[in-house]
Design a protein around this ligand. Structure first.
Ligand code: KMH
Ligand code: ZN
Length: 275
């Protein structure tokens, strides 16, 4: 089977230090968490950034400072900024990090409830606009799907030439408002994508490692990190993102998947090299 790409979603926009004190806000904390994840075996950092007080921001300046600082410590790692940001942000606000020409960025492919009163808005015209702006810069979209209909939207836009082939999907399972995180849900999502696509799976909360195990045995790739889950096991907070990545690496080893380096991940995903 293909080597396993591990993405570490180290920060997110919603999780707080009140929930787990190791959640990073400052540049130094973000670098510490990225480094721990890379050293444990992650080849991609899915990046959100915060102000020092924890407020989520999509500021290009803040992303640049964080990316430069991560690259100093982890020169080979793939950094995948979020264009999802946090609910309630404007489109222009969310798109800011693509000005930095990252190799990849997320492309959220539909609107869904996001717990409580939150709505994560991604209208079809927004998706088209985001996709066109990313592809014009040679940025590979990671197609984020919180529900099956989002896969269908991505396929429709792919057929129109708006999202290029081969597509790389991230199935996020278990958001309150999206698809649940049962094995049958992942099988359904994986069975719905075009041949030749690649995919990663992310389980929210207690689904993080069961979904990782399924993705490993099904030949997909894995996302773990504080954005999705703050526990290393029931009742025990993870000390770092690195600890979560280490667990995914142990599982992969037991299940016979070797871990991809960033260079191998670039080849698997067909990323355009940046100078
Ligand atoms: N923070 C969520 C509302 C992405 O990174 O593209 C959206 C999100 C998706 O995290
Ligand atoms: Zn995210």
């Amino acid at each position: 089977m293909e080597k396993l790409i591990i993405t570490a979603c180290i920060c997110g926009a919603e999780v707080t230090k009140a929930q787990n004190p190791a959640v990073p806000y400052t540049v130094e904390e973000i670098v510490r968490e990225a480094k721990s994840a890379r050293e444990a075996g992650a080849s991609i950092i899915h990046l959100h950034v915060r102000e020092d007080d924890g407020t989520p921001t999509q500021s290009a300046e803040r992303f640049k400072v964080c990316i430069d600082a991560i690259k100093k410590e982890c020169p080979d790692v793939i950094i995948q900024p979020s264009t999802g940001g946090a609910t309630g942000m404007t489109n222009d606000e969310r798109l800011q990090p693509i000005a930095l020409n990252p190799e990849m960025a997320t492309l959220d492919c539909g609107t869904c409830n996001f717990g409580g009163d939150e709505i994560f808005i991604n209208t079809e015209n927004m998706i088209i606009d985001f996709a066109k702006k990313m592809t014009a810069k040679g940025i590979k979209p990671e197609v984020e799907c919180f529900d099956k209909g989002m896969i269908d939207t991505a396929i429709r836009l792919n057929r129109k030439g708006i999202i290029p082939s081969p597509m790389h999907f991230d199935f996020v399972l278990g958001v309150n408002g999206g698809i649940s995180a049962e094995a049958r849900d992942l099988v359904f999502m994986v069975g719905s994508i075009p041949q030749g696509s690649t995919w990663t799976a992310a389980g929210i909360g207690k689904a993080q490692f069961p979904i990782a195990a399924l993705a490993i045995i099904m030949g997909g790739h894995v996302r773990v990190g504080f954005e999705d889950n703050i526990y290393i096991e029931k009742g025990a907070l993870a000390k770092s993102n690195g600890e979560l990545v280490e667990k995914a690496v142990r599982m992969a080893k037991e299940l016979g998947r070797k871990i991809a380096t960033p260079a191998e991940a670039r080849a698997i995903l067909g990323l355009k090299t940046r100078s």
